[in-house]
Design a protein around this ligand. Structure first.
Ligand code: FMN
Length: 336
């Protein structure tokens, strides 16, 4: 057994995979093709339910099961209005792992998922919440730093790992996410006690990923500094931080916030209307970019690791590169 196999053993046993690398759910991207390719290549794919209604999730799980007989997970967003029905759909298909994202799980959801026999994975944005989630019975945690693509918290991956791994990893498996694109980083987090990692940005240009060619091209052209967190202009108008590539849409969003704040000052709209206008600005924008290829006005969610995405490769090639790099890093460190 290599050192990498030994460090990944716990994560692999938990996931039922050959390498302890999860493909983080990405709305519109993590569908049957990417998910089954990830699991078939020995990693662990996760379907992104996003805003899908229960019948669409049902169809997606069935289609994924037809493409792989390996375990995969389903990522559900806690504020989805039909969360209970989505949990029922996962239970009907005996989905082995459910990932709850987007805030603390609502009452009853933890019990419902565990009663179905699925293992429950939650996101922990801080040590106090990690402890609370472990007390509530979650089976594993993902800690995701602000380098990641998509919705982000304020703390970096390296700091979350140092704060959370020493206390929580002895209790439940912890998977580290955010900014990981090379095996050396995977090795480092495993050595700190992580059971494995979760990656997103690194997989967007995979051959099996259905993202529009223009979306992939934007990733291949970008460097780390192009993947910026959304900016809030006015303290009265909250903006949920999202990391995405800069484009015309991000500039328009800044203009929109200034315009809405001015209308609020002049009393032309009330606070509720103003906040709604900001909230709704990006509605449907990820789909426009990923599916339609509108890379100017859509949302190009991407992490800072985008600069290390250099070409279109198969998922199997990506996983092999990451594992080889991780093993090489572990061997080099052992001889120093
Ligand atoms: C385009 C895109 C869409 C994403 N959508 C979701 C989502 O729907 N649900 C979720 O929990 N995380 C989502 N994420 C976060 C990923 O699951 C993953 O945790 C993250 O990409 C890891 O960081 P990395 O991008 O630095 O590898 C998304 C990320 C990207 C890049």
């Amino acid at each position: 057994m290599t050192k990498l196999d030994a460090l990944m053993k716990r994560g692999c046993e938990f996931l039922g995979s050959e390498v302890a690398i999860m493909a983080g759910a990405m709305s519109w991207i993590s569908e049957r093709n990417l998910v089954s390719a990830m699991s078939n290549a020995g990693g662990f794919g996760v379907i992104a339910c996003g805003a899908m209604p229960p019948q669409l999730l049902d169809a997606e799980i069935a289609a994924t099961k037809a493409m792989t007989d390996r375990p995969f997970g389903v990522n559900l967003i806690t504020m989805h209005p039909n969360l209970d029905e989505l949990i029922d759909v996962c239970a009907r298909y005996r989905v082995s792992h459910v990932v709850l994202a987007g805030g603390l799980p609502p009452a009853g959801s933890i019990d419902a998922i565990k009663a179905s026999g699925a293992k429950l994975i939650c996101f922990a944005p801080a040590l106090s919440l990690a402890k609370k989630l472990v007390r509530s019975g979650v089976d594993a945690l993902v800690i995701e730093g602000m380098e990641a693509g998509g919705h982000i918290g304020p703390v970096s991956t390296s700091v979350l790992a140092q704060e959370i791994l020493p206390e929580i990893a002895p209790q439940v498996p912890v998977f580290v996410a955010g900014g990981i694109a090379r095996g050396g980083a995977i090795a480092a987090y495993l050595e700190q006690g992580a059971a494995g990692v979760q990656i997103g940005t690194r997989l967007v240009c995979a051959t099996e990923c259905i993202a529009h060619p223009a979306f992939k091209k934007a990733f291949l052209r970008a460097s780390a500094r192009d993947a910026v967190a959304s900016v809030q202009i006015d303290p009265r108008l909250p903006v949920i931080p999202v990391r995405a590539l800069k484009n015309a849409g991000t500039e328009e969003f800044t203009r929109k916030q200034v315009e809405v704040a001015a209308m609020l000052d002049r009393g032309e709209i009330d606070m509720g209307e103003a906040q709604l206008a900001i909230e709704q600005f990006w509605a449907g924008a990820l789909r426009r970019a990923v599916i339609d290829g509108d890379v100017e006005n859509g949302s190009l969610m991407a992490g800072q690791s985008v600069g290390m995405v250099k070409g279109e490769e198969t998922i199997a090639e990506i996983l092999k590169t990451l594992a080889t790099e991780a093993q090489a890093a572990l061997e080099t460190r052992a001889t120093i």
